[in-house]
Design a protein around this ligand. Structure first.
Ligand code: GAP
Length: 521
């Protein structure tokens, strides 16, 4: 094997194209031309997503003694969002281009650039040149010309006319302009990101409800129900996975920022430091603990440590509820970006819900013999962003040299998703070497059926073996099993491992147990 594709060479386009080709992720509402900010998971993607969620649930709920799981509604009482501060504060600054594209932007996503003002002079009639009442802001004349050709020429009915683009002397300045059409931008205004719908058959304002923008609030409003019924003392956590909706101004970068996405959140309720006895972990120690625990989770499931880092939010940029937030960032092909946030929410949410609902959500601490509102540490991950990180990190292209695998002795290229076996959508694929030999087909189908009893296995005979291996490599299948002509003689099959491409001969009556050991070991 040689020439492995370096991690930094993987582009988002490569991942998007693999996802489409292999049934992992499709654009949402594709046959109707798509719906911006939505994506659909295909047969392979649905398995991968389920595995990511299961891996999180296993480590955050099932492997721990101090966390309970819940599954709360997407639609919550409107008062929840007033109490949580989302009605007032869950906003992004929005601005529009005054140029012909009329594009909308998140004002804080537009970088300041040095631009000059360009004007258009219609010189079709040489004797009477006419300066038009339009301005284009661009760093260079070349760029202004591009904007003109793409947007202004048609919009202003100037096709077929001779137009000169002239820089206005002394106009060069640093500011924010539309990067798409060079238009001036409107003043930023705050835009609430919550999506709403109406409950009941009559569309009236009193029935307006929000689709949850985070799963966390469903946990806070059930805190006391869950704590009391699970008979929990502090510290303990409540975890939940599920859909969230945000009317993002500029959904982009594939599944990185979408309008409908899934979250995996855990609210860890703990004692404020001042109530801790000697030897008890304080809120700040739990914050530290969960930062590291969550980072290790990504490494445990195969992300290279060099592609992960912490980013501590500066105090002035904290969310309205936060006393401190650290992001776990991943080096996506688009650069370092937030993968998960770990926030110290203090007692903000429970205090707000006490005030707005009138219910007492204080905790009676039998050790300190007093009541107080617990502090909360929240690791909040996105399923889709985690999937994108796992896909990018697992992607590699390799040149397979002659003799390593049956490709007629030639060099060939293979794409491999080196996914952790727990995340791999298909765990084992079984093929008959010849599909016109009923005994081979029957044996292969029987092995696949036996494997299916405990894992996701497939049977495939729709191509030659080399091609079938490549297809499975591309979706990250850890093992392929081939039933060949010799199998009928020696009662054994070939098991081929994805990464090493090594093949071993395993007795037919041992192959299922062998794969179970490999997959579960
Ligand atoms: N309860 C806290 C909370 O929701 P957040 O940082 O806004 O915090 C947590 O969201 C995680 O949810 C993010 O780190 C990201 O992985 C994911 N996420 C947020 N907005 C998203 C979007 N528009 N598209 C995809 N994932 C998103």
């Amino acid at each position: 094997m040689a020439d492995k594709l370096q991690r930094s060479d993987v582009t988002l386009d490569t991942i998007v194209s693999l996802c489409k080709r292999r049934g992992i992720i499709f654009p949402g509402s594709d046959i109707y031309g798509g719906l911006q900010g939505t994506f659909d998971y295909g047969p392979v993607g649905a398995e991968l997503k389920r595995n990511v969620k299961n891996a999180w649930w296993r480590s955050m709920v099932q492997e721990r003694f101090d966390i309970e799981g819940v599954d709360t509604s997407l639609l919550l009482h409107p008062a929840v969002w007033t109490a949580s501060g989302h009605v007032e504060n869950f906003t992004d600054p929005l601005c529009d281009s005054l140029g012909p594209s009329r594009k909308r932007y998140r004002a804080d996503h537009i970088e300041e650039t040095e631009c000059a003002k360009f004007v258009l002079v219609d010189v079709t009639d040489n004797a009477a040149p006419k300066t038009l009442d339009t301005e284009i802001w661009a760093p260079t004349k070349k760029k202004a010309k591009e904007f003109f050709q793409q947007w202004y020429e048609k919009a202003l009915g100037l096709e077929g006319r001779r137009v000169k683009i002239e820089e206005v002397e002394g106009s060069r300045t640093t500011g924010r302009f539309s990067p798409d059409d060079g238009g001036r931008l409107t003043e930023a205004r705050q835009f609430n990101l919550m999506l709403s719908t109406t409950l009941g058959p009559v569309e009236e304002s009193s029935a307006k409800v929000f689709l949850r923008p985070e799963t966390a609030q469903g946990i806070f409003i059930n805190y006391e129900n869950a704590r009391a019924t699970a008979r929990r003392k502090l510290p303990f956590g409540i975890a939940q996975q599920g859909k969230s909706f945000r009317n993002e101004i500029t959904p982009r970068n594939f599944i990185f920022r979408t309008r409908e996405f899934e979250q995996m959140e855990m609210e860890f309720f703990c004692k404020p430091g001042e109530f801790c006895k000697e030897g008890e972990q304080s809120d700040m120690e739990w914050f530290e603990f969960w930062r590291n625990e969550r980072l290790q989770w990504y490494i445990r499931y195969g992300i290279q440590p060099a592609n992960l880092r912490f980013y501590d939010h500066p105090k002035e940029k904290l969310s309205h509820y936060s006393r401190g937030t650290t992001d776990i960032e991943y080096l996506y092909p688009i650069g370092w970006q937030e993968l998960e946030g770990i926030a110290h929410r203090g007692n903000f949410d429970l205090t707000q819900h006490m005030e707005h609902s009138g219910k007492d959500l204080r905790y009676f601490d039998p050790d300190a013999n007093t009541h107080y509102v617990p502090y909360v540490i929240e690791p909040a991950a996105g399923v889709d962003r985690a999937m994108l990180a796992f896909l990018c990190d697992a992607y590699r292209e390799e040149i397979v040299t002659s003799g390593e695998e049956g490709e007629g002795g030639k060099e060939s290229r293979r794409v491999v998703l080196g996914l952790h076996k727990d995340l791999a959508p298909v765990k084992a694929a079984v093929f008959p070497l010849l599909k016109n030999r009923p005994e081979l087909v029957e044996t292969a189908k029987k092995i696949a059926a036996d494997l299916k009893r405990f894992t996701n296995a497939v049977y495939d005979d729709t191509a030659a073996i080399g091609k079938l291996y490549r297809r499975q490599d591309e979706i990250g299948t850890p093992f392929c099993v081939t039933v060949d002509v010799d199998s009928m003689e020696d009662q054994a099959v070939t098991v081929r491992e994805r990464d090493s491409m090594q093949q071993v001969r395993i007795p037919l009556d041992r192959v299922v147990a062998y794969l179970r050991d490999q997959l579960q070991g």
